[in-house]
Structures are given as C-alpha cells and as structure tokens.
Design a protein around this ligand. Structure first.
Ligand code: MN
Ligand code: MN
Length: 465
C-alpha cells in the first residue's frame, strides 16, 4: 500500500491482500467457514441439490409447483429429479425485464461404480469403477476414498448412503505397485501405467461363512450390503454409486489463506451463487435465477445438464406465473448470465504451460474468461466486448476485485463450461469464477479471498439492473 498515484493509462491488476482492509478480509474468512460446511456436506451432485433445497426452504423459498401466481419478491425453487435445481427471486418488474442468472454446476470428476461392480480375485473383493469427467488416473490410487451411493430398487423404493467420510467408518483404497517391483511400470507413460480398468477399489478380504458359496469374499460384501443398506447385487444395476476422496476440507498454508477440498470445481461457485440468492434482502429489480446443474463435466448432456430443456421449463413457468407479457425468447434476449465456473489459477510450478500476463492468479479476485474452448477459441461462445464492459462496470461499482484469465498458453489445451449453452439461447453470457490450483485432482486448492469476491460478484449481479 503506497501513496504513489497509479497512472490511469496503465492497467494494474492487484493482489487482494494489498487492497482490502481487515474488516473485508475478516468477512471473506468467515464466508470461507460457511463454504467449508457446504463442501463437507455436499460431495456429490445429489447431496449438493439436497443441501441447496434445504437451505432454500430455510430462507423462505417454496416449490414453484406450489405457487399458482408469482409476485415481486416471490422466492421459489424446483428440484428436477434430485440432481438439478433451479431457484428464483421474482424481481420488481415481475419477469418483464428478463432474468439475471448465475449458472454453476454441482457434479465433479470422480469414480463411478460400474453397474455390475463386485468381483473377487485371489481372496480379495473389489468394486470395478468407471471414471466420470476428466481425471488424471494416477492421482486416485493409494488415497482414502469414500463411497456415496444412491440405489433405486425395482419396487421403486430407494436408499441413499455414504461410508468412509467419518473417522470411525472404514475408507476404501485402490492399490499401486511397490517401487521395488515398479521397474517396468516406471518406463510407461502415465496414461499407459494407470488405465481405467486398473482403478479397482478394495472392498473386503474376509470370507462368507456360507460353506457352499463359490465366491466367498464377494458374498461376504453382499451380506454386509444387504444388512446395512438392504440392497442385493441386482440392485447395483439401478444405482448411482460414486467414489470420492474421503475427508473434510482443510485450510491450507501456514496462514490458512487457501482451502484444500475435493470438488471445488464447481461447488466453489455453486455455493456463492446459492448464498447470494438466499441472502437477497429486498426485491431485486430484475428476477434473479440460480441454476445448479449436473453433467457439466461430461458435456452438460442429459435431462439434468445445462443443455436440458428443464431450463426452458423452469423459466417459462416463471414467466407464466408472474403474468409476464414476454415469451421465452423475448425474456432470454433481455437476460444476462454469469456462467459461474472455476478457472485455472496460474501455477508457479508449471510456468511452461502458462502465459502469465493473461493468467488468473490466486488472491486476485474472481476470474473472468471472455472465452474458453481450445485452439482458435473453438467451441467457445466468446462473450462480446459489451458483455465484458457490463461486468467491468458492475464490479467496479460494487467493490468486486476481479481479473481477466485465459486457460494457459495458446494451443496448450482447452476446456469449456456451460457458458455456450446459455449463450446459444440468446442470453448474454460470460464465464466468471474462482481460480483453482490442481483442478480435477482429488484435492483442489482455492483462495478464500477469491471465493468471497465471487460471492460479491454474484450478489452485485442480482442487485443490479
Ligand atoms: Mn467446472
Ligand atoms: Mn471441471
């Protein structure tokens, strides 16, 4: 903090610790505590949707289906099948000025169980897995894993369970070769050495007491599953059972300025979006909408992804029940969307893939990405200059520290978000989110100040025109 006047001709992007006063950093650290509560409770998309629904109910939101008419200030939500949830606060103009939207996703890379996962080999029982989203497979061996399951039986009854998160519960592991016998393995590329079919979870090593059983170690696991959760091997066929890193979010660094957790991408944006909407005190000018979507990590496909017409379904019902004169297309044209998804933080240990002038940095605030995609911006919606100017003004007026980012060096790789699916609906959309280190790893890192600035950014959007 110096008294030197900045030259207005020069754009200088500052570290938030050099700009914010103590009361603001205190608020950021307090918000981080709330966030840790969320991310510890919401390790799958289903758990995230349940958390959001419960928090919304507590904040006075009611199911959209239960509301015949909506008026300014109405607070409603709809949970679409447990994995996609949309929430709204109706604005002063009903829905006649369109929507201010924050769209985040609540799925994260992980290992799913195969539909017939259980087998035994050499007196060890295993679950076969099929990974979900973009993972580096070698990162998922020899660390404690937890199982979060949801099973629907043929009679329509269901059971949700989780095991491995608490210290007094067993966790699960995938083995790796000891270095003493790793001579050939070490010569392979990472992709060759760790294959999808090798990611098998050890689930038991004690046999069933059934003397006639052919596969006693497998049967023992089935006996436990039947006893604990009332499921049979056939029930696996209609289950979604997810294997995720076990354990709770941790502060990181001597100063505790960072948070290490599983699934920051994208729950670290989903939480501030939810929190901003729930904390709206008055009635916003424009109807505010939060979408917490599933399936972003595999292309936003399916009924619970951002390409689903569930979004049209929800917004059309808002318009109709609010008595709007607009049709859906007219409403979208007047709408604005922050695609609140994480971006990569500049990693000083991997400068070779980074172009540091245009890279988002830890503690420099919410990261805006004008475009994502790969190669020549392929597959990106590339927000317009007007859209960027709008967020510049919005953030400046509301004390939001932000930075422009880009996903590494040109031609180094690429990625996408839900932005293009919103933009394809003729909604002005831009990517904005928390910079992440070790994205898609079992434990990802984010900075507390960036998380808080993302909350402030979304709150500014909802409070604005
Ligand atoms: Mn993401
Ligand atoms: Mn991702």
């Amino acid at each position: 903090m110096s008294d030197k006047k900045p030259n207005p001709l020069v754009y200088e992007q500052k570290n938030a610790y050099t700009v914010l006063d103590k009361s603001e950093t205190d608020k950021a650290y307090a918000f981080a505590e709330e966030y840790k509560g969320f991310i510890n409770a919401a390790k799958t998309e289903r758990e995230s949707a349940i958390y959001a629904e419960n928090a919304a109910k507590k904040a006075g939101f009611t199911p959209l289906d239960n509301n015949e008419r909506l008026t300014p200030g109405s607070r409603v939500y709809r949970n679409f099948g447990g994995k996609l949830i949309m929430l709204a606060v109706i604005g002063k103009s009903g829905a006649d000025s369109g929507f201010n939207i924050a769209a985040a996703h609540i799925d994260a890379p992980r290992l799913d169980l195969k539909q017939l996962p259980l087998y035994e080999s050499e007196e060890v029982a295993y679950f076969k897995t099929h990974y979900y989203g973009g993972i580096k497979k070698f990162q998922w061996v020899t660390l404690p894993l937890a199982i979060h399951g949801y099973c629907v039986r043929a009679d329509g009854s269901s059971v949700a369970f989780s095991i491995g998160e608490n210290e007094d519960e067993p966790a699960f592991f995938i083995s790796d070769l000891l270095p003493h016998l790793g001579k050939d393995q070490l010569k392979k590329t990472l992709a060759e050495a760790f294959t999808g079919e090798s990611l098998n979870l050890i689930v038991g090593t004690s046999p069933s007491q059934d003397a006639d059983a052919a596969s006693k170690y497998k049967l023992r696991v089935l006996e436990i599953l039947s006893e604990k959760y009332g499921i049979t091997e056939e029930d696996f066929l209609s289950s979604e059972i997810e294997v995720v890193p076990a354990g709770r979010a941790r502060d990181a660094g001597f100063d505790g300025s960072l948070i290490g957790a599983y699934g920051h991408d994208d729950r670290v944006c989903a939480y501030p979006a939810l929190s901003a909407l729930l904390s709206l005190s008055g009635t916003p000018d424009k109807t505010a909408v939060v979408i917490l979507a599933d399936k972003e990590e595999i292309g936003s496909e399916g009924v619970s992804g951002m390409q689903s017409r569930a979004f049209e379904r929800f917004t059309a019902e808002l318009l109709r029940k609010a008595g709007s004169r607009l049709d859906l297309d007219e409403a979208y044209e007047r709408s604005f969307c922050l695609s609140t998804d994480v971006c990569n933080a500049l990693d000083p240990s991997f400068m070779e893939v980074s172009e540091k002038i245009n890279a988002a940095k830890l503690n420099h605030g919410i990261g805006i990405l004008k475009f994502t995609g790969s190669g020549g911006k392929s597959s990106s919606s590339d927000a317009s200059a007007e859209t960027v100017a709008k967020v510049r003004a919005l953030f400046r007026e509301n004390g939001v520290l932000w930075q422009m980012g880009e996903l590494g060096k040109v031609d180094q790789g690429g990625g996408g978000t839900v932005a293009k699916y919103m933009a394809n609906r003729n909604i002005q959309t831009i990517d904005a989110g928390v910079p992440v280190l070790s994205m898609h790893a079992p434990w990802e890192l984010i900075a507390k100040l960036d998380l808080y600035m993302t909350y402030k950014a979304i709150l500014a959007l909802f409070s604005g025109q």
